[in-house]
Design a binder for this molecule. Structure first.
Ligand SMILES: Nc1ncnc2c1ncn2[C@@H]1O[C@H](COP(=O)(O)OP(=O)(O)O)[C@@H](O)[C@H]1O
Ligand SMILES: [Mg+2]
Length: 439
């Protein structure tokens, strides 16, 4: 820990949700609780009034800060639904030896009572109540109106292809074709002819002309899935096509111009692939004019129940189910979802096929989600003393412990990942008799 981190921990101990500003009102430190109250960690170096005083009625705080006066006033912050909730801000100027103002201390107190759970929204078939996902959907609408290349990053099953389709459907190209190709699935030569086409006789097996995905997507959108896996020679060709807006099919004589919007996706950090020499930097910049990020399902636990119900409603074999038992929901929320939304979709299908009766119970779920697999505990719980605690944890307890483990024991981050405040997490752990030292 560096001294600032220690001082921030001390500040948290005495002040809870607090921001420290320098004399220019820029944020120099904040506590986890402040990030909780604001809904996200504020950026260091950003002028605080920009974050806190967006609207006319919140000028008292801005004015008092600018004038170096102490003030206590309410500001309004938009929540996930764009509705405002009040935060009480108490600002105190901090003075140096000569009495000059060296900074400001801001204490925050949010009124969370009556703040609804993020309301569910659906657009383009994408269902969510997570604040980051809602922002993403707003971004998607803006992006769709442009012609820019988009790179969607996210773990497998988070909905990258769904986003690509949403961008297409929301764009002026919606009436044109949408073509998807998985760059990881084919060897280089095949991929090349799939993408750029070939003329009859250009290689053994080329028994007729093939247009290739670029020409088939003309006037529409081409989705390049798993784009990080493109072999180097295909990367070079793709770059040329993007630069020249024309494709030269294998064995072809003249380039054919194409009008295609590119949306690509990867589960990898492409920048790292560039650093490792596996991906061309110039191609990265072409593809990633607009980057979009899809959070993993485990990072938006509020969406688990919502999506489970959504898939239940959709699935034809689920007609008999009209209720999800609390125990089943707990198991769903406690699970880590390495396969994200796709895995949840499959788990619901499994439950509707294997289960019977009107209530979907924990017993209907796939075994790995029921949490009955021997050995999983000893893998996730690092030391032997905690094994006793972990083995008889309730699903809720297990979920809290999992979140803490994933976040290296960091309360603030674990709470944020669960969509609850740090104090709530602390209270629940206490209620369940879980000692943090055991984790
Ligand atoms: N937010 C969501 N709402 C509804 N369905 C979703 C959502 N996210 C993903 N899905 C569904 O989950 C499955 C996996 O999504 P997909 O876009 O193929 O993921 P990826 O391309 O990231 O692997 C698809 O059937 C998709 O329709
Ligand atoms: Mg996919």
């Amino acid at each position: 820990m560096n001294p600032t981190q220690i001082l921030t921990a001390a500040l948290r101990e005495v002040a809870g949700a607090a921001l420290v500003l320098d004399a220019d009102l820029r944020i120099v430190a904040f506590t986890d609780e402040a990030a909780d109250e604001l809904g996200h960690p504020p950026e260091l170096g950003v002028p605080a009034p920009k974050i806190l005083c967006g609207h006319g009625e919140e000028r008292p705080v801005a004015e008092a800060l600018a004038a170096g006066r102490a003030v206590s006033a309410e500001i309004l912050r938009p929540d996930e639904d764009g509705q405002n909730y009040p935060i009480l801000v108490r600002a105190t100027p901090l003075r140096g030896d000569e009495g000059q103002i060296v900074g400001h201390l801001l204490l925050l107190h949010a009124d969370h009572e009556g703040r609804p759970d993020g309301r569910a929204t659906e657009s383009f078939g994408i269902v969510t109540r997570d604040a980051r996902m809602k922002q993403l959907l707003r971004d998607v609408r803006k992006v769709a109106a442009s012609q820019s290349s988009v790179l969607v990053r996210g773990e497998s099953g988070t909905g990258k292809e769904l986003i690509a389709r949403a961008i297409h459907d929301g764009s002026s190209r919606a009436d044109g074709p949408f073509r998807a190709i998985n760059c990881a699935a084919l060897p280089a030569t095949l991929l090349e002819s799939e993408l750029f086409g070939h003329s009859k006789g250009s290689f053994t097996g080329a028994t007729r002309d093939a247009p290739g995905h670029f020409r088939l997507a003309d006037g529409g959108t081409l989705f390049l899935d798993e784009v990080a896996e493109l072999p180097p020679e295909v990367q070079a060709k793709l770059l040329r096509v993007l630069q020249e807006r024309a494709v030269l099919p294998i064995g072809g004589t003249a380039p054919i111009s194409v009008d295609v919007r590119i949306v690509s996706a990867t589960h990898r950090a492409l920048r790292k692939e560039v650093e490792a020499g596996r991906f061309r930097a110039d191609l990265l910049y072409r593809l990633r004019v607009i980057p979009l990020y899809l959070p993993a399902l485990r990072e938006r636990p509020q969406d688990i129940e919502l999506l489970a119900r959504h898939f239940l409603e959709q699935h034809p074999s689920a007609k008999h189910v009209d209720h999800i038992a609390p125990g089943a929901l707990e198991a769903l929320v406690a699970y880590d979802w390495p396969g994200n939304v796709r895995e949840l979709q499959n788990a619901i299908e499994y439950a509707t096929v294997m289960g019977s009766g009107r209530v979907l119970t924990a017993a209907d779920l796939p075994p790995e989600i029921r949490g009955e697999q021997p050995g999983t505990r000893s893998v996730t719980v690092p030391d032997s003393t905690s094994e006793d605690t972990a083995s008889d944890l309730s699903p809720e307890g297990r979920r809290l412990v999992n979140a803490l483990e994933r976040n290296g024991g960091h309360m603030g981050r674990a709470a944020a990942s669960l969509g609850i405040s740090r104090t709530t997490l602390w209270r629940r752990l206490k209620r369940l008799g879980i000692d943090r030292e055991d984790i």
